[in-house]
Ligand binder design. Structure first.
Ligand code: HEC
Length: 414
């Protein structure tokens, strides 16, 4: 098998073949049997269990989504919109192509669940017998990681009632006298419903690396806290500064927010040190008006590692993103494909099992950008766009979180 120059078509089919072995593909197929679902679908019996499981984490009072699915009365006016959003798979938000990879944090309805919701709406959105309702799901009000060993907060921020708030970058010193090993991290915001997402980066004062190369933890609506697998931990070096990237989304009422990150510390250095590496391209120019401009980035691992999570990052012109591994023997596999990238959802994808990446494996990221008028998020289709921090500029990063197999806690980061 040729290593370097495989055509896109071949890569796709290889991906399809190889995705069978390490990652058996699960597809929510709608078979004939599933299609003949009972006609008399009710909220209480068939629909509430789906909403409680797949929507309530965000669609409940005090959370970021615009309505609650917790009761029939609250959800019924939204029936038509719900039908539309689940059929188009815009909701629940989940952007990975199900043909590649299997994800611990997957949020995706099966075709059968979608058919059930559609049948419910088309059948008049009936309530049914409230006695059929499943028990309401329980959500932790406190820290999902348990009591943190230490917390770090931004100064109080005023969030206006409406308009667009630019991204904020707020620096919070840790004052660590020595390196710290982090086993879990979680972000909590006091004005949860006005915070779209937060990413906390670690800035090492001794390193000249760009700050957004070193991601500690992020949160998008409904995202679970980061609890690293046993034996793995992330290092925050002495003197580090935590940089909070805040994305506020005003929700009609002016409010104040204090966002806090809670950290749990390992008692001793872990077996494996987690790193996050960007596979990026900073030299592209996306021509004005281009509807599908391709940008690639690549990186070859020089040691045996395991991948713990993957996250594509682009800005408002980001269209799609694929991350592929080509092993030293030439076989290639698509690790993650995000066919419809959405800047509003900064999702990281956690594989069910860490993915073994032998030394010499090449990681290729391929992104497309839509700088045309057809992209409704495009701030300006009349300008050539280059790399930049601002949302009207662009980025192209495949973030890989990984640990070296060599039990490299002792080994220095590059
Ligand atoms: C991870 C959080 C999350 C989950 C899970 C989720 N939603 Fe949403 N939903 C949102 C947010 C946030 C919005 C507001 C628009 C946006 O940001 O995309 C939204 C918007 C919607 C809308 C559009 C409302 C409008 O204003 O028109 C519908 C309908 C919807 N969701 C239905 C669902 C259903 C049904 C489920 C479960 C099957 C679900 N959502 C799961 C976060 C979520």
């Amino acid at each position: 098998m040729k290593k370097a120059m495989i055509t896109a078509a071949v890569i796709l089919s290889l991906g399809a073949i190889f995705s069978f072995a390490p990652f058996p593909t699960v597809r929510g197929g709608s078979s004939e049997v599933e299609k003949s679902a009972p006609v008399n679908i009710t909220f209480s019996k068939e629909v509430a269990p789906i909403f409680y499981k797949s929507c309530a984490e965000c669609h409940r009072p005090g959370e970021v989504a615009p309505f609650s699915v917790m009761s029939y009365k609250e959800v019924r006016p939204w029936a038509k919109a719900i039908r539309e959003k689940v059929v188009s798979r815009e909701m629940p938000p989940w952007h990975a192509d199900p043909n590649h990879g299997q994800w611990l944090n997957e949020r995706r309805l099966s075709q059968k669940e979608i058919d059930t919701i559609v049948a419910w709406v088309d059948g008049g959105g009936k309530e049914g017998d409230p006695k059929d309702l499943p028990p309401a799901p329980k959500f932790t009000d406190g820290w999902g990681i348990g009591q943190p060993d230490e917390t770090f907060s931004i100064p109080e921020q005023q969030v206006p009632a409406d308009g667009v708030v630019k991204y904020l970058y707020l620096r919070v010193p840790t004052n660590f006298q020595e390196d710290r090993w982090i086993t879990a991290a979680e972000i909590r915001s006091s004005a949860r419903s006005a915070v779209h997402h937060v990413i906390v980066f670690i800035q090492d004062p001794k390193s000249s690396a760009r700050v957004d190369n070193n991601l500690l933890v992020g949160t998008a609506p409904g995202e679970q806290p980061a609890i690293y697998r046993p034996g793995t931990a992330r290092k925050i070096p002495a003197g580090a500064i935590l940089v909070f990237q805040m994305h506020y989304t005003p929700n009609g009422a002016a409010t104040k927010d204090i966002t806090t990150v809670g950290l749990k510390y390992a008692k001793e250095p872990p077996q494996h040190q987690l790193f996050t590496r960007p596979v990026l391209n900073t030299t592209f120019v996306i021509p004005a008006g281009a509807s599908s401009h391709e940008v690639k980035s690549t990186f070859t691992f020089k040691e045996d590692v395991h991948l713990a999570s993957l996250m594509p990052h682009m800005h408002l012109r980001g269209k799609d993103f694929e991350i592929k591994a080509t092993y030293p023997d030439g076989t290639a596999i698509v690790l993650l494909n995000v066919p419809k990238y959405d800047f509003n959802w900064q999702t990281y994808y956690v594989p069910k099992e860490p993915i073994a990446i032998p030394k010499g494996t090449k990681i290729d990221c391929v992104a497309h950008f839509d700088n045309s008028l057809n992209n409704k998020f495009n701030p300006d289709p009349n300008t050539d766009v280059k790399w930049g921090e601002q949302t009207w500029e662009e980025m192209m990063i495949g973030w890989l979180s990984y640990y070296p197999d060599s039990g490299a806690a002792a080994k220095a980061a590059e």
